[in-house]
Design a protein. Structure first.
Lengths: 340, 394
């Protein structure tokens, strides 16, 4: 008996959960219309198709020109969970492209996304924070996040979120704080970061230390770091097993000891010995930051006295492979051997 | 299907070929309720063909045209309806003719009475007996079976033997190439994207390291500068203060030395000046000076004035006398020689006056000398006073 169907099974490349993508330049406009349709299934299928398309930067550009971001923004407020999860995933993929990031900034997507920070589904929040993290790596994006006043909610969320989301928030914060740390300082981010420094997860420790680096760049940050007694914890972290943690802790110390109070606090916490140990570490970043931190300590007379005994180590570092390490070692020797 | 079955069995038998093999038709009469679940178990009931209404018998010239599938024939319908109406009319007519019991006389009523031997109780209430009968519980209406329409058309079958259409391996090659190629291309794109991202992240990481270090260096240098500057400022201020103090002390010392030296003479000079200005005086001497000497001087002056007065008087006398004599002489002369005597007179008068003036001058000089002595004495006495007064002033 002849039938139009050849077999009872569907062809293998049709995914019933994805909408069919129209040919050529009709693909995105049609998907845009489907996004605004009333039927839930249509919207979901259109979102899944959009997810796949957004990996290509040309499609991202076209989508932003067509104004897909408006439809996506309205979909963020949808009541169905899958729709929201998929929308945040699409936005996250768009944020990995520079065109997408610029589009975000022009279309005020940040504000719309921030409403979802309290969403009950963790996948949704994870995508959201990944989008923020990618956005924050662009300087204007970081400014956008700071201007929307999202720093204090992010810092507050740090307490209550799951671990992998905490890592993403810490990354976002580190990038934003490198741009503008004043708001974070006024919302008291330093005690929270101090708590995170003693967490069990090594990634969280290293990222918290990196955020502390960023926050202690301005002078106000350095003073707050000293006041909240973060320096002894950082010295303790120098003895940590993980290289990243050591590197970031040394970096935070390097900034915090620029002020005189910081220097003496570090000297009191006996930061010299661990830092000297770190000079032999295999990671470049660790050696670099440790050298710089010791340079800061050598500005103080007690530090200089102690380090004069160890000048030979620095001479060894002067013949290191990496140029930055060589320069840092040279400067360190200059500072140690300076006579007033 | 049946057609294929037919073909096969006919081929086996070898005599006839049927398009539709003769089969027994089932009876339409159903005795039991339809059991849709097991239609096969019940034996097929066959009907007798002689009594089958579908078989046409007898005269075929006046056939039932409309009785197919139970559809009512309109002619028959009409006939039936007419027959019914006639029957009704007949019944009604007969009812009217039927003899009935006459009506009761006035004041009486007909009553039904039983006349049999055995009386029966007649009651309005009908004797009811409850009978129960149980059927099976109602089943849910089963879902409608899938409607498979009756097959129409002809069935045709064909058989493709191996190797007749195409060689699979040859044909599949380009398709496979395209499929695999596309898949691998997609995979490559994704891997490249990830690799690009990883590279970007690595270079960002390296850049961030260097940036952090440079920034720290800048801040450290700033801090160092600031501290050095502050130190310098403090030291400069210290030095300046030291120099200031040094100057001040030097000035103080010199001032003190100068004051000391200046005031060293003070006491003796004070005493000497006081003594010079006459504040330390011997009272007797003073008294002599104040009291006695002025009186002495006054007396001296008086005496000298007397003498002076006397002298002046003498002078006046002499003068008068001389003038008189002169006048007399002149008169005498004038009487004798007038023109030459003028000159002489003039000369003489000049000479006289000169001589008299000389005389007077001599007198005056003497007086003056005498006066000069007095004035000198007074001056010396007076000098001491202004000298004493002058010593007080500076």
């Amino acid at each position: 008996m002849a039938h139009a169907r050849i077999s009872m099974y569907l062809p293998p490349d049709i995914n019933p959960t994805k909408a069919a993508i129209a040919y050529g330049c009709r693909a995105l406009p049609k998907l845009n219309e489907e996004l605004n349709s009333e039927d839930l299934l249509t919207r979901q299928k259109a979102l899944m198709a959009l997810c796949d398309l957004m990996h290509d930067p040309e499609y991202v550009y076209e989508a932003i020109n067509l104004g897909c971001l408006e439809s996506l923004k309205s979909l963020l407020k949808d009541s169905d969970d899958l729709v929201r999860i998929k929308t945040t995933e699409v936005l996250y993929i768009m944020a990995t492209h520079n065109v997408g990031r610029n589009g975000f900034l022009e279309n005020n997507v940040i504000l719309a996304l921030s409403f979802l920070m309290n969403d009950p589904y963790s996948l949704c929040r994870q995508n959201l924070h990944q989008a923020f993290k990618h956005l924050a790596q662009l300087p204007s994006g970081a400014h956008g996040i700071v201007d929307s006043g999202l720093i204090s909610p992010l810092v507050w969320k740090l307490q209550r979120e799951e671990e992998n989301i905490q890592e993403l928030i810490l990354d976002t914060l580190a990038s934003c704080l490198q741009e503008d740390a004043t708001e974070a300082l006024s919302s008291g981010a330093v005690p929270f970061l101090k708590q995170k420094l003693v967490s069990d997860n090594k990634d969280i420790r290293s990222k918290a230390a990196r955020a502390l680096i960023a926050i202690s760049i301005p002078l106000g940050g350095k003073n707050q770091v000293w006041k909240h007694d973060v320096i002894p914890i950082l010295v303790h972290l120098l003895k940590d097993k993980d290289g990243e943690v050591q590197a970031n802790a040394a970096g935070a110390l390097m900034y915090a000891t620029v002020t005189t109070e910081g220097k003496y606090a570090a000297l009191e916490a006996e930061a010299n010995y661990p830092l000297l140990q770190l000079l032999f570490s295999p990671l470049i970043k660790v050696r670099l930051n440790a050298t710089k931190a010791l340079t800061m300590l050598a500005e103080a007379p007690e530090g200089r006295k102690f380090l004069q005994l160890h000048v030979s180590t620095f001479r060894e570092l002067e013949s290191d492979q990496n140029e930055a390490v060589r320069r840092a070692a040279h400067i360190a020797i200059q500072v140690i051997e300076w006579k007033p | 299907m049946t057609s294929t079955l037919t073909d096969r069995t006919s081929r086996a038998m070898g005599t006839y070929t049927y398009t539709s093999r003769p089969r027994v038709l089932p009876c339409q009469r159903r005795r039991y309720r339809d059991n849709l679940l097991q239609p096969e178990e019940e034996p097929m009931r066959y009907g007798n063909i002689m009594y089958d209404r579908r078989v046409i018998r007898g005269n075929t010239y006046a056939l039932h045209t409309g009785s197919l599938l139970g559809q009512p024939d309109p002619l028959e319908l009409q006939k039936e309806q007419a027959a019914k109406r006639r029957a009704l009319a007949r019944k009604r007519a007969q009812e009217q003719l039927r003899p009935r019991t006459p009506e009761p006389v006035e004041g009486r009523k007909h009553v039904d009475v039983q006349t049999e031997l055995y009386l029966e109780e007649i009651a309005d209430r009908i004797i009811e007996v409850d009978m129960e009968c149980q059927t099976d519980a109602f089943l849910d209406r089963p879902p409608t079976p899938l409607f498979i329409p009756a097959k129409t058309g002809r069935d045709v079958a064909t058989q493709i033997l191996e190797g007749e259409l195409f060689d699979f391996d040859l044909e599949v090659k380009p398709m496979l190439e395209v499929l695999v190629g596309k898949t691998i291309e997609q995979a490559l794109l994704e891997v490249m994207e990830e690799e690009e991202l990883a590279n970007l992240r690595a270079s960002q990481y390296a850049y961030e390291e260097i940036r952090n270090v440079e920034l720290a260096e800048v801040q450290r240098l700033e801090e160092q500068e600031r501290r050095h500057r502050e130190e310098k400022e403090r030291r400069k201020k210290q030095q300046w203060e030291i120099v200031n103090k040094h100057n001040e002390t030097a000035q103080k010392i010199s001032a003190r030395a100068f004051a000391q030296r200046y005031l060293a003479d003070l006491l003796p000079s004070v005493f000497s000046s006081l003594r010079d200005s006459g504040y330390f005086y011997d009272p007797i001497e003073r008294d002599i000076e104040i009291g006695f000497l002025p009186w002495l001087m006054n007396e001296v002056e008086k005496t000298m004035e007397y003498s002076m007065v006397g002298r002046t008087v003498l002078d006046l006398l002499i003068r008068e006398v001389v003038e008189k004599r002169l006048n007399n002489y002149e008169q005498n002369i004038s009487q004798t020689q007038r023109p030459q005597s003028d000159r002489d007179y003039l000369q003489r008068t000049q000479y006289d006056t000169r001589s008299s003036s000389q005389e007077r001058r001599f007198m005056e000089e003497r007086e003056l000398l005498g006066q000069d002595e007095d004035t000198e004495m007074r001056r010396t006495l007076g000098n001491t006073d202004p000298a004493a007064g002058g010593a007080w002033e500076p």
